[in-house]
Structures are given as structure tokens and as C-alpha cells.
Design a protein around this ligand. Structure first.
Ligand code: ZN
Length: 463
């Protein structure tokens, strides 16, 4: 705000983050002769992930390792500091050719996109928006997923365990898991849903009763392990153990090279429970967990290989009274998000469970006819002699939220390559010696190419 004021630029701040803190829009007049060009919005986010926590308020110890820039002992903050640097340069540098600009700085992207959520639907007047929060310079991002959460609760009915039964704990482990958006396209198994499926099928072959079943801790991770406790008839214990071995082999066959380390194991040293689910309650529980959608549900008709709609059967908890389930769905289109959310609701209704939907936000549907996309592709090709990739994320970007408020906005997301964003580099990093270690870093040589690209796009949009 200070810099904009010093430069005599019109700047406004909203109150998205409280009384004196919010999203900022700075208006930069066009270069002489380009006053009639379309207004272009350039968007960045003001927050960074500063790790480790104890170094949060200390200055960065920047290290240049060849052309690779890092911060020793912490994250670099290139996400999204690099965009801020570009935008500040556009404010101060008079030589760059562009039409009228609206520079949008949002707050709290990393912690729930609260800035973009709270953005007014009347503060921007441009029709084109360039978001500089992507992390691969040779890829133009043209879409992202919206999302929703569904919580299902079902009352459980229990009774005392019958005589002649013994408890056994089943464990599904060694699954890959991963991010429920970025890695849902890999066909990985949901450890918990497989355990539920195994029990669902075997309920007809064995006399057992469910005591507990659970998995998952967060909505955005694919469940990589799960457990179940059942009471089984003592004389069937040995057969059940052999059945588990067969299921393990069968799951390995089913998931092939995707899940090579999965295991279905058991423990017999389990405290005898004082209740089991009734037959009906157990069947409903297992049927519900087998029916709820998990994984990629629909592929994008526009972008090959992009998952359009998915569901993550993320967290399942049980106590004597209640089964609680948390599902997170994603889609790049609203109608398709409605579809997958309805499916979850329908499953709940079939077994008489309660449901609640929350935290819904819109996606950003790819528009392959976008003028902005055409200009970016053309600018990239003329600078670097090759075509950029065009892709969409099956995860959230602020563009989804902004697009919901400005439905006619033509948007694109770009950015210079950043590796290991949000990961701190170890303290005492030695250039040349520790070059292979992880940590947020970027290539300064490639950064200058990216900067040329941004300038070419602005010039081509203005002409
Ligand atoms: Zn970011």
C-alpha cells in the first residue's frame, strides 16, 4: 500500500483479514499509447509457508548454488514471493509495455484461501486474469477443481457378544495413500474400503460380528491404512486367517504395480470387547462403506488424463453408538460435483443414515477457446520455439473462487518452476556439496526466461 501510494497509484484494501488487513488491488495505468487495451488483472497471494516454525520471523539466509536459489535452514517463500517480485516490478518499471493493469494481492491462500473467498464481486473490472501461482514454467494451467465435504452419521445397534467367539484385529497397511487431489489419478487403493469389502464378502462365509472399523485422519489424504476388530467363532479362526491371506494375494493382483507393498495382517492379542454390532447394523455399516464412491469417478472431456470428478472416502470412525464418515469430493465442473455429492447422499439414505454437506467451493472449468490461452501459447512459442503444456489441476486454486464471483473472467495460471515448495532446506547447506538435498528452490536462469514470457504476454494482450 505504501509503495503504491509513493508511486501515486490508486490502491484499495478490503477487510478480508480483519480490521486493517485484507486483499489489495492496485491499479497501474497503461503504457503510453496502450490506454485502450483491455484491462489485465495479475493475481498473486501475499502469504508464504514459513518453515520451520522457529525461524518464522528471522530473515532468510539466501544461498545461490550455481543458478539455484535457496534459503539455508528454511523455506524460500518463492510460493508466492516470486509472483510478488514480478508484480512489484510491474508497478515500478516504466519500460514494460502493457495495457491498464489491476494487480490483485490476496491473503491467506495457504490456509484456506480465505482472501479469495471474501473477495468482493465488484472490485475488479478487467476481463483477463493471470494468476502467477503455478510451479512449472512450461505448463499453462487452465482449470482447477472445486470441492465439497459430506459427513455421514449412522446410529449403531449393539448387543453382548455370544459365547464361543474370540476377538481378532485385522490390519490393512502398506498402501501408498497420497494427496486426494493431485494423486487421485494414480488408481491407488483405499486401504479402509478394501478392508470393508473383504468383510462384506466374507460375512456370508464366516460367523463373525463387527466391533470396530476405522481409518484416516484428514480429508485430503487417500487412506493408506485401516483396522477392524471382529469377534469370530473360535472354530472358524484358522479358516478366517487363511481367507485373509487369499484376500491379500487377490488385492495385490487387482492393484498390480500400483500397490506393491499392501498387506492384510491380523493380531490375536486383543482385549475382549463388551459389545458387538447386531447382524443388521454390521451389514448396513459394511454395505455403506462398500457403496460410497472412492477414487476418480469421471475424466475430463477436454484435457486428456485429467480427472474431472473424484471422491475420497477419507475418514471413518466408530464407537458403540455411532458410525461417522467424512468424504471429500472434487470436480472441475459444478454439475459433476453435484452428481458425486448426490451419490454420497443417496448411499446414506439407503441405510437410513444422516448426512450433512459443507465447505463447498466452485471449480474452474477449462475453456480451450480462451483468448488468453491463445495469447499465452503464441507468446511462449515465439519466445522458446516450442509449445507449452496445457493442463488443469485436480486440486484447488484461487482462480476457482475468483471465477465464481466473476463468471465471465478469462483466466490462466502460470509461474516459474519451483521445486519442493513448502519444504525447508536443511540448516548449514553447502553449495555444490548438498545440491541434491530437498528444499524449496528455484532456478534463477529459468526465472529470467519466465519474466520475458510475462512481458511478452502483456505486450501481446495490449496489441
Ligand atoms: Zn501458492
Amino acid at each position: 500500500m505504501g509503495l503504491a501510494k509513493d508511486l501515486g497509484l490508486n490502491a484499495e484494501m478490503d477487510r478480508a483479514g480483519g480490521h486493517d488487513f485484507g486483499n489489495i488491488v492496485v491499479k497501474v495505468p497503461a503504457s503510453p499509447g496502450y490506454e485502450q487495451a483491455p484491462i489485465v488483472i495479475i493475481q498473486s497471494h501475499l502469504d508464504i509457508v514459513a518453515l520451520p516454525e522457529e525461524r518464522k520471523n528471522e530473515p532468510l539466509e539466501l544461498i545461490l548454488d550455481g543458478t539455484i536459489l535457496r534459503a539455508s535452514g528454511s523455506t524460500l517463500g518463492a510460493d508466492n514471493g516470486v509472483a510478488i517480485a514480478i508484480v512489484l516490478t510491474l508497478m515500478t518499471e516504466k519500460e514494460i509495455v502493457h495495457g491498464p493493469l489491476e494487480l490483485l494481492f490476496t491473503i491467506d491462500e495457504e490456509t484456506g484461501m480465505t482472501g479469495a473467498h471474501a473477495l468482493s464481486d465488484s472490485v475488479l473490472s478487467g476481463k483477463y486474469l493471470i494468476n502467477i501461482d503455478s510451479e512449472e514454467e512450461d505448463v499453462l494451467t487452465v482449470g482447477c477443481a472445486g470441492g465439497n465435504r459430506t459427513y455421514i452419521n449412522m446410529r449403531l445397534v449393539t448387543e453382548s457378544p455370544a459365547a464361543g467367539y474370540t476377538p481378532i484385529r485385522l490390519i490393512a497397511s502398506g498402501f501408498k495413500g497420497g494427496h486426494s487431489g493431485m494423486e487421485i489419478n494414480r488408481g491407488r487403493a483405499n486401504a479402509g474400503q478394501l478392508l470393508a469389502r473383504l468383510l462384506f464378502v466374507e460375512r456370508g462365509n464366516f460367523n463373525f460380528r463387527l466391533v470396530e472399523l476405522g481409518w484416516g485422519t484428514v480429508d485430503n489424504a487417500i487412506p493408506s491404512e485401516a483396522f477392524a476388530v471382529v469377534m469370530v467363532k473360535i472354530e472358524q479362526l484358522a479358516d478366517l486367517k487363511s481367507a485373509l491371506k487369499r484376500w491379500e494375494e487377490s488385492f495385490r493382483k487387482e492393484y498390480g504395480s500400483v500397490e506393491t507393498n499392501l498387506e492384510i495382517t491380523f493380531e490375536e492379542d486383543v482385549n475382549p470387547p463388551d459389545y458387538v454390532l447386531t447382524q443388521v447394523s454390521m451389514t448396513n455399516t459394511l454395505a455403506l462403506l462398500v457403496s460410497l464412491p472412492h477414487g476418480a469417478a469421471k475424466m475430463s472431456p477436454d484435457i486428456p488424463g485429467l480427472v474431472e470428478t473424484s471422491s475420497n472416502l477419507a475418514v471413518v470412525k466408530m464407537d458403540q453408538r455411532e458410525l461417522s464418515i467424512s468424504i471429500s469430493q472434487r470436480s472441475s465442473t459444478d454439475p459433476s460435483l453435484d452428481w458425486i455429492v448426490s451419490k454420497c447422499e443417496a448411499c446414506a439414505i439407503l441405510v437410513g443414515a444422516n448426512w450433512e454437506h459443507s465447505s463447498r467451493y466452485s471449480g474452474w472449468q477449462p475453456n480451450m477457446q480462451s483468448k488468453l490461452l491463445e495469447v499465452c501459447e503464441r507468446s511462449y512459442k515465439s519466445l522458446f520455439g516450442k509449445s507449452p503444456g496445457v493442463s488443469a489441476l485436480h486440486a484447488g486454486l484461487e482462480c476457482g473462487l475468483i471465477g465464481a464471483k466473476y463468471p465471465d473472467m478469462d483466466m490462466i495460471s502460470i509461474g516459474p518452476t519451483i521445486w519442493d515448495a513448502h519444504t525447508p532446506t536443511k540448516a548449514g547447506f553447502r553449495p555444490g556439496v548438498d545440491s541434491g538435498v530437498k528444499g524449496e528452490r528455484m532456478d534463477t536462469a529459468r526465472m529470467s526466461d519466465f519474466w520475458k514470457f510475462v512481458q511478452a504476454v502483456l505486450k501481446n494482450l495490449a496489441e
